[in-house]
Design a binder for this molecule. Structure first.
Ligand SMILES: Nc1ncnc2c1ncn2[C@@H]1O[C@H](COP(=O)(O)OP(=O)(O)O)[C@@H](O)[C@H]1O
Ligand SMILES: [Mg+2]
Length: 234
């Protein structure tokens, strides 16, 4: 299978306070096309930092990062913007929807940033929200808002979806439902999915689980038989 993302000795140090924080201390990682990857690790271990670099929202202090063989550290600002628009979709813990736009408008706005978007109404229907498309975020439950956020990321029609704790703010049942939609997008629409969580049970759904500890990959576990969202329990 083709490699979509590759990092070599990726390091990130934050110099904001008095003491430098070494958030990533040399991460070597390959993500293959269509994979479902779960990144597990305790709070503060560097998971979001890694995802933000992969998503082109932050740059590494050191190391190399390739998207389909193209080194990202050599990209101009403009090329990096194009990468963020065309290559990656982001799903956050707190949905980050625009409060003054309807579900449909939130999805349509994001799809305007890319060359080959999917139809917003069709994608909203895919996540079970056909009849809620004219509602504003405040009129939707947390799970529905997260499904709008999934639709927004999917409608960009990128090949990678990056999810940072997408079920972190949801109750158990709703969390399972959101995971089921993410699974569907990965399996049926062949999106490469990288999902951060601190919930070890979700690792059962992944093709590979990457355990991050203290800024490093501690170990990688292959899952020959990933389970469905409904089979996950915690
Ligand atoms: N923008 C930032 N400025 C300074 N320190 C940061 C920043 N982002 C993250 N860190 C620090 O880097 C470390 C890793 O953080 P993070 O990647 O958010 O961990 P995780 O997502 O695993 O909880 C933490 O010590 C955190 O405080
Ligand atoms: Mg985090």
């Amino acid at each position: 299978m083709q490699t979509v993302i590759k990092t070599i000795n990726l390091r990130k140090t934050f110099y904001t306070g008095e003491v430098p924080v070494h958030a990533l201390k040399g991460v070597d990682l390959e993500i293959r096309e269509g994979e479902f990857i779960v990144v597990l690790g305790p709070s503060g271990s560097g998971k979001s930092t890694l995802l933000n670099i992969i998503g082109g929202m932050d740059s590494p202090t050191e190391g190399e990062f390739f998207y389909r063989g193209t080194p990202l550290q050599e990209m101009s600002r403009r090329e990096l913007t194009m990468y963020r628009r065309r290559a990656v979709g982001f799903i956050f813990q707190f949905y980050n929807l625009m409060p003054n736009l309807t579900a449909y408008e939130n999805v349509a706005l994001a799809s305007e940033l890319t060359d080959n978007p999917l139809d917003p109404a069709a994608v909203l229907a895919e996540v079970g929200l056909a009849d809620r498309k004219d509602h504003f975020p405040a009129q939707l439950s947390g799970g529905e808002q997260q499904r709008v956020a999934i639709a927004r990321a999917v409608a960009k029609n990128t090949d990678i979806l990056l999810c940072d704790e997408p079920t972190g703010a949801l109750d158990y049942e709703t969390g399972i439902q959101v995971l089921a939609y993410l699974h569907k997008v990965n399996r049926e629409m062949s999106k490469t999915l990288v999902l951060i969580t601190h919930n070890a049970a979700i690792g059962g759904m992944a093709d590979r689980v990457i355990y991050i500890k203290n800024g490093r990959i501690d170990r990688i576990q292959e899952n020959p038989n990933p389970v469905t969202a409904e089979e996950v329990s915690w």
